[in-house]
Design a protein around this ligand. Structure first.
Ligand code: ATP
Ligand code: MG
Length: 140
């Protein structure tokens, strides 16, 4: 079974949508391997999204991701990485609302930055991100 790293972002947690998202992901067949509520510092958020350093949205993204608690998740399912990104929908929630209104970002996000959730985009990213949040977790 493949594992992926997922996160419910501060906008969704502060709105109370994490309850809905957790329910939907379990209905979608994802098993929750690990779950933690975490407050990222600005430095930790900057490190997590280091691949985007220098992009026009980076500072706003780092501010957003350190603005309140997130829920960090390790999820397991066959093809979990692509499956979770499909459940989330397009990155920009405005696009998601138009094209995939039933997706998590369509339902619970707001715009290009405040988009409710995150998912690792490759096996290498999943491994890095799981280690970032759950350094003691033993991955088979
Ligand atoms: P994530 O990595 O959060 O799962 P993603 O892989 O779909 O999202 P990335 O390109 O990795 O998208 O962007 C990381 C995050 O940066 C996005 O989820 C969003 O919050 C923000 N972001 C990306 N592109 C933009 C943009 N053009 N304008 C504003 N914010 C953006
Ligand atoms: Mg990404």
């Amino acid at each position: 079974m493949q594992k992926t790293f997922a996160m419910i972002k501060p906008d969704a947690v502060s709105a109370g949508y994490h309850h809905n998202i957790l329910q939907e992901l379990e209905l979608g067949g994802f098993a929750i391997v690990s779950k933690a509520r975490v407050q990222l510092t600005r430095a930790r958020a900057a490190e997590f999204y280091a691949e985007h350093k220098g992009k026009h949205f980076y500072e706003k993204l780092v501010d957003f991701m350190s603005s309140g608690p997130v829920i960090a998740l390790v999820l397991a399912k066959e093809e979990a990485i692509t499956g979770w990104r499909t459940l989330m929908g397009p990155t920009n929630s405005v696009v998601a609302k138009e094209q995939k209104p039933d997706s998590l970002r369509g339902k619970y996000g707001t715009d290009g930055t405040y988009n409710a959730c995150h998912g690792a985009d490759s096996p290498a990213s999943a491994a890095r991100e799981i280690k970032f949040f759950f350094p003691r977790l033993i991955l088979d």
